[in-house]
Ligand binder design. Structure first.
Ligand code: NAP
Ligand code: ZN
Length: 351
C-alpha cells in the first residue's frame, strides 16, 4: 500500500514544472503524514529543477519550506498527533549516529543528509519528493513543531531561508554590538536582515538594486551600500564581524573581504562552485579574515529559530501564488522581482 500524491514536477532541466501523480510510502512507525498547506519557493528549487548543480534526478518535485497539518502518524510517534500544524525543511533524514548528527548538526551528516527532494531514502532507496505536492511523509525527528499563533503562510520560508541565515548568525555569535552585512536582498537576504536586527546587531545590506533601499530599512537594515558603486564599497572598509553572502550565482568577492573587520568572516550560503575571479589572499592575511560556508541548520536549531521568530513576531514577507503560476514565479525570481518570498497555496493545486 502506498499513498497517492499529486504534485508539480520538472521532468527535465528544460521543461517547465507541470502536474505529476506519484506515490509515497505508507507511514513507518516513526513517520508523520502531512497534508501540505503552504510551500515556500526557494532559489534552490529553481537550481534543482534546472539542474544548475548537475545532480538533479528527474522527475524533481521541489519544495523544502513545507507547512502542513498532520493527518496521521505511525505507531511510535510521540511528538505529533493528527490535527497538529507542523513543518518540514530541507532534509528528512540522516545517519543519526555520526558525530555531527549526535551534535544536532544533521545537515553535516558524514553520510550526507537526505534532502527533502532529489534525495534518496536511506531505507527503501526510493527518491524523495518535496513539498510542491498535497501530501508528504517524514520521520518525526525531522518534522518541526509550528509554534502556537505563528502565521503559517509567512512561517513557511523560515524552514529554509530562516534557518539558513539563523545558523551562521548563531555560529558566529552575533548579538548586541556585532556588525553584520548581508549581500543580496532576496528570500535569504531579507530573513538575514530581520534576524540579525532582532539579535541586536548593527546591520548593513549590500545590494545591486538601488530601488530596494526603503524595503531594506523596513526589514531591519541600518545602512545600505550599493554594491555596484565602487566608492560606496571602498568607504566601508574594516567594518563587519560577519558577512552573509546570499548571491546565487558566481560573483567577485574580492571587494567585500576588506570590508570585514579584524577576524571577520564572509560566509557563503548562496553560490555553490568555484570562486571566480579568484580570491586574492592579501586581505585575508592582513586582517586575519576568513571565508567560510554554511549549510541550512540542524533540527534543534531550526526549532529554536521558529520559537525565536514566534516570540519576536518575525516571519517572512511573502507573496502568495497559485501552484500553476510557479513557472512565472521562477522567471520573476531570476529577475530579483520577489518581495521577498513566493509561497504556494497548496489549495490551488487542483485549480
Ligand atoms: P533569491 O530570492 O533569488 O535572492 C538572491 C538575491 O541575490 C537577489 O534578490 C539579488 O539581490 C542577489 N542576486 C541575484 N543574482 C545576482 C547576481 N548574479 N549577482 C549579484 N547578486 C545577485 O534567492 P534565495 O532563495 O535567497 O537563495 C539564495 C541562494 O542561497 C541560492 O543560491 C540558494 O540555492 C541558496 N541556498 C543555500 C542554502 C544553504 O543551506 N546554504 C539554503 C537555501 C538556499 P539584490 O537585488 O539585492 O542584489
Ligand atoms: Zn531553500
Amino acid at each position: 500500500m502506498t499513498l497517492n500524491v499529486l504534485g508539480y514536477a520538472a521532468r527535465s532541466a528544460q521543461s517547465p514544472l507541470a502536474p505529476l501523480e506519484f506515490t509515497r510510502r505508507d507511514p513507518r512507525p516513526d513517520d508523520v503524514v502531512l497534508e501540505v498547506l503552504y510551500c515556500g519557493v526557494c532559489h534552490s528549487d529553481l537550481h534543482q529543477a534546472r539542474n544548475d548543480w548537475g545532480i538533479s534526478a528527474y522527475p524533481v518535485v521541489p519544495g523544502h519550506e513545507v507547512v502542513g497539518r498532520v493527518t496521521s502518524v505511525g505507531k511510535d510517534v510521540t511528538k505529533f498527533k493528527p490535527g497538529d500544524f507542523a513543518g518540514i525543511g530541507c532534509m528528512v533524514d540522516s545517519c543519526r549516529q555520526c558525530s555531527p548528527c549526535r551534535h544536532g548538526l544533521e545537515q553535516y551528516c558524514e553520510e550526507g543528509n537526505v534532502q527533502t527532494y532529489n534525495g534518496v531514502d536511506r531505507h527503501d532507496g526510493l527518491p524523495t519528493y518535496g513539498g510542491y505536492s498535497n501530501t508528504i511523509v517524514a520521520s518525526q525527528d525531522f518534522v518541526l513543531r509550528m509554534p502556537a499563533g505563528i502565521d503559517l503562510q509567512a512561517a513557511a520560508p523560515l524552514l529554509c531561508a530562516g534557518i539558513t541565515t539563523w545558523s551562521p548568525l548563531r555560529r558566529w555569535k552575533i548579538g548586541q554590538g556585532s556588525k553584520v552585512a548581508v549581500i543580496g536582498l532576496g528570500g535569504l537576504g531579507h530573513m538575514a536582515l530581520k534576524l540579525a536586527n532582532a539579535l541586536g546587531a548593527d546591520v548593513t545590506l549590500f545590494t545591486r538594486s538601488a530601488n530596494k533601499e526603503a524595503d531594506a530599512r523596513r526589514l531591519g537594515a541600518h545602512h545600505i551600500v550599493l554594491s555596484t558603486d565602487d566608492a560606496q564599497v571602498a568607504a566601508v572598509k574594516n567594518q563587519y564581524d560577519l558577512i552573509i553572502d546570499t548571491v546565487p550565482y558566481v560573483h567577485d568577492i574580492n571587494p567585500y573581504v576588506p570590508t570585514l573587520n579584524l577576524d571577520g568572516t564572509l560566509v557563503f550560503v548562496g553560490f555553490l562552485g568555484d570562486i571566480n575571479p579568484m580570491l586574492n589572499t592579501l586581505s585575508l592575511i592582513l586582517g586575519r579574515r576568513s571565508v567560510a560556508g554554511s549549510c541550512i541548520g540542524g533540527i534543534a536549531e531550526t526549532q529554536e529559530m521558529l520559537d525565536f521568530c514566534a516570540q519576536h513576531g518575525i516571519a517572512s514577507d511573502i507573496e502568495m501564488i497559485k501552484m500553476r503560476d510557479i513557472n512565472a514565479a521562477y522567471e520573476r525570481m531570476l529577475k530579483s522581482d520577489v518581495k521577498y518570498r513566493f509561497v504556494i497555496d497548496m489549495a490551488s493545486l487542483r485549480a
